[in-house]
Design a binder for this molecule. Structure first.
Ligand code: NI
Length: 167
């Protein structure tokens, strides 16, 4: 199983909108496996297919301490949300940058697993925030785009400097 390259903000491909999955085949299972492996190796608590330049509505998350509770969400859809949560977020596509965003505290998500089985998931706290963050990626949105223009400029400048250093 290959570990995939993760796109780095401000790569324009992070703004592509993911298409819904219509075929639940072996290729989808392989994608889910690769996403999970890439997330665990990174390491991160969530990864959207968008971040590896695959524009299909698939995300994987695991917010457990033991890294043994993988959740795969295909075509996720938030059907209920309530409350407000202020949590510091980071993103594998925006390394080294953390900031606090306001999100729903509790969500109810409808999705499919990789075999095409529909299910509903209730999430709160970190899992809720993580799912909302990853679902944003499927819509072409990176978390730093909720921040002020000034903060976004600073983040882009900082990431550009890092890129030059590592080049
Ligand atoms: Ni992210």
């Amino acid at each position: 199983m290959p570990v995939l390259d993760i796109l780095r903000y401000p790569d324009a491909r992070l703004h592509k909108i993911a298409a819904p999955v219509t075929v639940f085949d072996q290729a989808l299972k392989s994608l889910v496996q690769d996403l999970a492996e890439t997330m665990y190796v990174a390491p991160g608590i969530g990864l959207a297919a968008t971040q590896v330049d695959v524009h299909k509505a698939v995300i994987v998350v695991d917010v457990s301490e033991r890294r043994d509770s993988l959740i795969t969400l295909v075509n996720p859809e938030i059907v209920e949300s309530s409350g407000l949560s202020d949590m510091e977020e980071g993103c594998l596509s925006v390394p080294g940058i953390y900031d606090t965003l306001e999100r729903a505290e509790r969500i109810k998500v409808r999705a499919f697993d990789q075999t095409g089985q529909a299910f509903t998931l209730q999430a709160q706290g970190l899992l809720s925030v993580c799912i909302q963050h990853e679902m944003d990626h499927l819509k072409g949105k990176v978390f730093v785009e909720y921040l002020s223009t000034l903060k976004q400029q600073r983040i882009r400048a900082r990431l550009a400097k890092h890129l030059r250093k590592s080049a």
